[in-house]
Design a binder for this molecule. Structure first.
Ligand code: F6P
Length: 544
């Protein structure tokens, strides 16, 4: 047993979970009509209703004790103060400094980083102004109309999600595209629709060595040069976002066209940095700064609110409650936005949560004896209802859920919105309340006894609901920051480092190892791998 699972707080939660295991959500609401008032809170433009969970005051007291035991306060301070909490890479995780609208100095290795951050913001402000005003033009003097962000993982998912979510804020005449996959189908399809005279490519990569991004960047450059033979014109159509000037120059991009960020910004936390350039070109600097301000509001809330009035802390602790106690054998968490603007949010959160907390060793190198990150998945609400909700309503799995709901949407067609809201509230209620035998019989008097069971809804599925007025840049900023901090809170409880990602390396190395055999077309049969890989490789080679 680890120190954590042996600890008093953990043991008390374990014991308490025996009582709560069979708790019935319906009864909890019937017994306590104040449940919503007790178990909901507002912060930074968001309302969190966590009353539809298998918890009571006692549960919260135990979860708070766990947070204290794992030194929540001290870790929270370390996050904001530039300590090297990403110890395996010996660096800080200072993404909060990128949205530090207070401008209070943030020291990293003894130096205030705010000057560097503001310089890059100024450079992006000027650049976006030039693009939008037409002061920066393409090689035939036409205005830039299409922005293609080439990146993957954190250099793609965050910006792509934000640009799509804030489409109503899109600058007139600007069209945004995102290329990430190494399968050329994606880039070929896009290039076929673009005009090289009016297209700008952003090559976004923290390391500037990621295989997928570099392959796509080369293809984009070849495509551009196939239309414009003058290599000097590359500088009008290619800019780079990276931490590595050397790699950018080696690729052939003018360092003046480079927007920097720093090793203390993790890939999946980087949309606030120069990685957000595609966002700025889409929605403008002002809207981007509102997003930073929204995130800063959530940061301030997270930094100052006591644990049980702290939204990210509560979300994190509730996740621990299911993941490690109530649903310890089936840890699975669904993100269900009832705001179509957030259709890419589940995919974005998959990287944020699973790349951060998909770990099996503690900060001190021991293998954990408890579950860490749940499987995160999801899709926009109404689509999901007609696809996978059946399993949520009548399947055999316990799945915790976040409903994310906009009261107003950002379209002209407002008459759909009551139906969106009705569906969202109906689903969270139906999953929680269910429909018992008696109610089912009343609703369907003609059902035979055998048919009845299929029409019963067991209910008792827990969920959180996040509600906001309208998805503005500021609201989106605080929503993203909320989840970033939730992930951090979970990592504190699990005693793991959420800021490294060594688990992605082995596959990358093996791909590089296999590549020559597939490139050269040599006919010698492969025999150096396992039988399956050899067999597949040889089959592919015999078919090319
Ligand atoms: O492979 C995982 C990863 O390292 C992510 O953490 C990162 O967001 C992504 O690759 C892209 O990396 P880069 O920005 O260096 O191209």
């Amino acid at each position: 047993m680890s120190d954590l699972t042996r600890s008093t707080a953990w043991q008390q939660l374990q014991q308490h979970s025996q009582t709560m295991q069979d708790s019935d959500l319906r009864s909890l609401f019937t017994q306590d009509p104040e449940r919503f008032d007790k178990f909901s809170l507002n912060a930074a433009g968001l309302l969190l209703d966590y009353s539809k969970n298998h918890l009571n005051e006692q549960t919260l007291t135990h979860l708070e004790a766990l947070a204290k035991q794992v030194e929540f306060d001290s870790w929270r301070k370390k996050l904001f103060s530039g300590k090297h909490i990403n110890h395996t890479e010996d660096r800080a995780a200072l993404h909060t400094a990128l949205r530090n609208c207070s401008q209070i100095p943030v020291r990293y290795n003894g130096r205030d980083v705010m000057g560097d951050i503001n310089r890059v913001l100024d450079k992006m402000r000027q650049f976006s102004r030039d693009i939008h005003n037409g002061d920066w033009r393409g090689y035939t003097n036409k205005m830039i109309t299409d922005i293609v962000n080439i990146g993957i993982g954190g250099s793609d998912l965050g910006p792509k999600m934000v640009v799509d979510a804030l489409a109503p804020y899109q600058k007139d005449g600007m069209c945004s595209h995102f290329i990430s996959n190494i399968d050329a189908l994606q880039i070929d399809r896009l290039l076929a629709t673009l005009d090289p005279e009016t297209t700008l490519f952003i090559i976004a990569s923290k390391t500037f060595s990621t295989q997928e991004t570099m392959a796509n960047a080369l293809t984009a450059r070849q495509w551009f040069l196939s239309h414009c033979a003058d290599k000097k014109m590359i500088r009008k159509h290619f800019v780079a976002v990276s931490t590595s000037q050397q790699q950018v120059e080696e690729f052939g991009i003018d360092p003046h066209n480079m927007f920097v960020f720093w090793d203390w910004v993790g890939g999946r936390f980087s949309l606030w940095s120069a990685i957000g350039l595609s966002i700025i070109l889409a929605i403008g600097m002002e809207a981007f700064e509102s997003m930073l301000a929204g995130a800063h509001m959530m940061d301030q809330h997270f930094q100052t609110a006591p644990i049980l009035q702290n939204m990210p802390a509560l979300l994190g602790l509730i996740s621990i409650w299911y993941n490690n106690f109530l649903h310890a054998n089936s840890n699975n968490h669904a993100i269900l936005p009832y705001d179509y603007a957030l259709r890419f949010f589940p995919a974005y959160l998959q990287q944020l949560e699973m790349e951060s907390n998909g770990k099996r060793i503690t900060r001190t190198g021991e293998i954990v004896d408890y579950k860490t990150c749940p499987v995160i998945w999801g899709a926009p609400g109404n689509n999901g209802q007609h696809a996978f909700y059946q399993l949520l309503h009548q399947g055999t799995r316990k799945i915790s859920i976040d409903f994310i709901i906009a009261i107003h949407n950002n379209t002209q067609t407002i008459d759909h919105q009551p139906a969106v809201l009705a569906n969202a509230l109906a689903q969270s209620r139906a999953l929680m309340w269910g429909r018992n035998h008696e109610e089912t019989r009343l609703a369907n008097p003609k059902l035979t006894a055998a048919e009845l069971e299929a029409h019963v809804f067991p209910g008792n599925q827990a969920s959180n609901t996040l509600l906001y007025n309208r998805l503005t840049p500021a609201t989106l900023g605080s929503l993203i920051a909320l989840y970033e901090h939730k992930v951090f809170v979970e990592s504190i409880c699990w005693q793991i480092n959420p800021f490294d990602q060594w688990g992605v390396q082995l596959g990358k190395t093996m791909a590089m190892d296999l590549l020559p055999a597939l490139q050269t077309g040599e006919d010698k049969p492969a025999c150096e791998y396992d039988a399956s890989t050899n067999g597949l490789l040889n089959y592919i080679k015999s078919h090319v």
